[in-house]
Design a protein around this ligand. Structure first.
Ligand SMILES: *Cc1c(COP(=O)(O)O)cnc(C)c1O
Length: 372
């Protein structure tokens, strides 16, 4: 038996194929024309409860464009959740900004807002809050309060792992000034590669649209700004429209998988499982566990080695930004003890919702037998 950490094609079907082929047959294959781009933007933004969506080539390019539109420049400090995909920090560095990693709180693993408050300085230009592994950031309202007022301090959501997650009933993506999504293969819904920035502000949307398309103006080929080619193709957008039709079924399946894991693992001492705050809907992008070796009786590495030997693939949680060699010289040195522990002790288990009960029993029995 070999169980991969995620099979991105589990939620692909006839509809994705139908719309993809329709885009292909229409002859509109690029990101400059074709009906699916506008359709995907409108429908995804509406799904998030936000006015505007700007589709781009990836979550990474969504973040970069958001930073540019927020006006991040050389020397500006940007507070970023330490526990995240490196792309979140790269976007800051690509604008010449300085990354200030913010440690996690231990329960949902999201940025700790008290640490955000402490890290704010006169040089802080933006806060990027990552909804990690599908759970919305705790006390987002407090972050919004810190950033309230003028355009000198922006609050940006990195919702690349949290499509459809809710915070007090509001969708992530609608909570800050701009929000960035990824549609990479293993994300909640996918277009293969792709991303989107959603925002309620027309001026941001205009800026994003222009910058993703080389900042074309009239007359054509006269440019007043240095833009990017970050366009999504019409074919990717077609897949996205099909995925969006079934996003609630996908999320329901991910939530059910989490429940099935938790039922099997909740009585094992020394294992921390994903949580869901009463005010939240967690979309469980990946099902993460954290192994306390003193209580569980063996380390995360011993556990994942046993799982690997039995054909069960796992992946560690993210390496926190403060430990990233690539960011040396581009960040304020900090220690992030919680995120560092999650990097040492956390991993995610196979998270394809179509896993059978016998596969789950197989995985969870190996975990149970690895203790003490
Ligand atoms: C996946 C991810 C990204 C990057 O998205 P890509 O589409 O892979 O470029 C950014 N931030 C977070 C939190 C992610 O999980």
């Amino acid at each position: 038996m070999r169980i991969p950490v995620y099979d991105p094609t589990w939620a692909f079907g006839a509809r994705e194929r139908e719309l993809l082929l329709d885009a292909f047959d229409s002859g509109h294959i690029s990101g400059s024309s074709g009906k699916y781009i506008a359709q995907f933007e409108e429908r995804f933004a509406a799904y998030c409860g936000v006015r505007y969506g700007v589709a781009v080539s990836s979550g990474s390019t969504a973040l970069h464009l958001a930073m540019v539109v927020a006006g991040i420049e050389r020397g500006d400090e940007v507070l970023v959740s330490a526990l995240t995909n490196i792309a979140t920090a790269n976007a800051v560095v690509q604008c010449g900004g300085v990354v200030v990693p913010i440690d996690s709180e231990p329960e949902t693993w999201n940025m700790d807002r008290l640490l955000v408050k402490r890290a704010l300085t006169k040089r802080t230009k933006a806060v990027v809050a990552v909804h990690i592994y599908g759970h919305p950031v705790v006390d987002f309202d407090a972050l919004a309060d810190y950033c309230d007022g003028d355009d000198s301090l922006f609050l940006i959501e990195d919702a690349a792992e949290a499509h459809g997650a809710t915070y007090w009933g509001g969708k992530v993506g609608s909570l800050g000034g701009m929000a960035c999504f990824s549609f990479y293969a293993n994300k909640v819904i996918t277009t293969g590669e792709g991303g989107m920035v959603v925002t309620g502000r027309e001026d941001f949307a205009d800026g994003l649209r222009s910058l993703r398309n080389l900042a074309f103006t009239t007359p054509r080929f006269l440019h007043h700004e240095v833009g990017f080619n970050y366009r999504m193709t019409n074919m990717q957008a077609a897949i996205g429209c099909a995925q969006l039709e079934r996003i609630e079924d996908i999320i329901a399946a991910k939530r059910l998988l989490a429940r099935r894991y938790t039922e099997r693992l909740c009585d094992i001492p020394g294992l921390q499982l994903p949580t869901e705050k009463p005010w939240a809907r967690n979309v469980y992008w990946m099902y993460c566990i954290v192994v306390d070796p003193a209580v569980f009786g063996c380390t995360r590495d011993d556990l994942t080695a046993r799982l690997a030997a039995a054909g069960v693939e796992t992946r560690t949680m993210f390496c926190p930004l403060n430990l990233q060699p690539a960011l040396k010289g581009h960040m304020v040195p900090t220690s992030c003890p919680v995120a560092e522990r999650l990097w040492r002790e956390g991993c995610y288990l196979p998270s394809t919702p179509t896993l059978s009960n016998s596969q789950l029993d197989y995985i969870c029995d190996i975990i149970r037998r690895a203790q003490r």
